[in-house]
Design a protein around this ligand. Sequence first.
Ligand code: KIV
Length: 269
Amino acid sequence: MKKITVLDLKRMKAEGKRIVMITAYDYAFAKIFDPLVDVILVGDSLGTVVYGYETTLPVTMDDMVRHTSAVARGRKRAFLVADMPFMSFQVSPEKAVENACLLLKEGGAEAVKLEGGVTMFETIRKITSCDIPVMGHVGLTPQSIHRMGGYRIQGREKEARKRLLEDAKAVEEAGAFSLVLEGIPSEVAEEITESVSIPTIGIGAGPYCDGQVLVMHDLLGLFLDFKPKFVKRYAELAPVVEEAVKEFAREVREGKFPDSEHTFFLEEK
Ligand code: KIV
């Protein structure tokens, strides 16, 4: 079982092999995903799918470190990226380095991801100069929800498309090893993917990216609050879980669980 590194991800783009990334937030799922994907992202989507906040803004560094370390313990092979939460990197490049460092030292991440393009140039440069690999993230950046006026597809107008391309190039030039493209038209994602040498990983950005990522709760049908157009549910686990818990509740109420097979005795038969 060969460990995946930044070098493999770079090579995959060069060889036209698509990169598979999924989010995870705990040990059990990380263990299941590890042999199946190239990259595991501990996303700040943690805030919405695990903690039930309306946005990702309340997620803290403590949350990210705790969940990243849980995922790190379940992962051996996949490359592990941790998201930098809101206000952990925007205040100053120095603060960003300190927090990125915590995600590696205490969380066990191998890289960090942060949202933003041109405006994050210095920050990405500073973090990568400390040998911490950075994954960029441009387009629909959920931490900018209030500036964007909601979760809106970005880069549809000519000017916005031009700005997005500039953002992507700035992220590359600052030294990032890869770039998430979220919530942008397929044609724009294709243009960016062809214009940068680092792998692009799309979510709601069409098929022409170098890789794709989905939030695990969306992919598995565990998060039912809403379903954006780009989400494909590869399983419908919520009803499966519901059935299992219903059965457990019924057996407890009817005195059928635990039966002798699931009970300890002074002397085992
Ligand atoms: O927080 C997250 O899970 C993400 C991915 C959706 C790219 O940023």
